[in-house]
Ligand binder design. Structure first.
Ligand SMILES: Nc1ncnc2c1ncn2[C@@H]1O[C@H](COP(=O)(O)OP(=O)(O)O)[C@@H](O)[C@H]1O
Ligand SMILES: [Mg+2]
Length: 327
């Protein structure tokens, strides 16, 4: 299932609870695809930065070459928020009257820690990485942060484009109103006398600037939303362990993703207990089967791929290739 999806799609997301093997499985998939001759970008959006640990090297927030065909990067939330804030501040400086600058700065300093700011910044960055990634690579693989966060990210494009849409409509209404008011006074020179013709021009160009920024954002989010919800291009793979809570959380995550119109490619059940390895593991294996029966009952249409627990932790390229050979 994993390799079929990886061959068929341009964008793969791996999500699930912490510790289930998202980083391991996404990296193994990316690696095996690169070995098969495709150009692959592997991106971690998890602040826990585990790609670096996995490959034993430090990985930055720009794509860097790891092996032939495979580039990797880790989104840095702090840096992403900083850049995002700088971008917004500079737009606001351009668009607001000069005497409002200190107000703008005060507002931006407060917004830095506002709830949702980090998610919005990361989402903007993901949108960028997706757009650039699909141009430069055959496949972009996202190793995402634990469940809740990811599901929210997936709904955000929808929310953000609706929000921007609302703002654009409000501005259009305000424009129409202004036009009517202007039309009522036949002599516009009066207005010029009061406010100054320059001030009016500055207002108009600010207005245009705001509209352009809103339109660009709307386009960015609708493009991202369309890409993420296009099953031809994108698949979301849920990784889990065959345990009670991960199973319940998987069912929840599946529902959230479905609501967000994200196409779910399948389930990877990782760290399964191998058969024929003694009584202890056999008992564990039967327990896993019970949990998996709950999973299959709740999500009967999803393809499932089981990966077995290995005796060693999976670190480095060779260990990943060994795991990928069992896909
Ligand atoms: N099939 C497996 N067998 C043994 N250990 C595994 C397996 N899959 C993952 N691990 C180990 O489990 C730990 C957590 O995996 P990781 O991929 O970092 O999870 P996540 O990214 O979901 O938090 C790592 O130490 C990894 O080496
Ligand atoms: Mg991880």
């Amino acid at each position: 299932m994993l390799l079929e999806l990886a061959h068929a799609k341009n964008i793969l997301f791996f999500g699930g609870k912490g510790g289930v093997g998202k980083t391991t499985v996404s990296a193994a998939t990316a690696l095996v695809m690169a070995n098969a001759g495709r150009s692959v970008l592997l991106v971690s959006t998890d602040p826990a930065h585990n790609l670096g640990h996995l490959f034993g090297c430090s990985i930055g927030s720009k794509p860097m070459k790891l092996t032939a065909g495979l580039d990797v990067m880790e989104l840095d939330p702090a840096e992403t928020v900083k850049l995002h804030m700088e971008e917004i501040t500079s737009s606001l400086h351009r668009l607001m009257p000069v005497n409002m600058r200190s107000e703008v700065d005060k507002h931006m300093t407060l917004s830095k820690d506002a709830p949702g700011m980090q998610e919005a910044a990361i989402l903007e960055r993901i949108a960028e990485v997706v757009e650039e990634g699909v141009k430069e690579y055959d496949l972009v693989v996202f190793d995402t942060a634990p469940s809740g966060h990811t599901a929210r990210l997936m709904v955000l494009p929808e929310m953000m484009s609706a929000w921007t849409e609302g703002l654009i409509k409000r501005r259009e209404k305000a424009d129409k109103f202004a036009e009517i008011v202007r039309g009522m006074g036949s002599d516009s020179s009066m207005e010029d006398k009061i406010f100054g013709a320059d001030a009016k021009d500055a207002d108009k160009s600010r207005e245009l600037g705001i509209r352009q920024i809103l339109n660009r954002r709307r386009l960015r989010f609708t493009t991202l939303r369309d890409r993420l919800s296009d099953p031809e291009q994108t698949s979301f793979i849920i990784v889990l362990a065959a345990e009670r809570l991960p199973v319940l959380e998987t069912i929840e995550l599946y529902e959230q993703l479905q609501k967000a119109n994200v196409s779910i490619g399948g389930l990877v059940v990782n760290k399964r207990s191998p058969a024929g390895m003694g009584e202890f593991l056999e008992e564990r294996r039967l327990q896993e089967e019970l949990h998996l029966a709950t999973l299959t009952k709740a999500l009967p249409d999803l393809t499932r791929q089981d990966l077995y627990l290995t005796t060693q932790d999976i670190v480095g390229i060779q260990a990943l290739e060994k795991l990928a050979a069992t896909f």
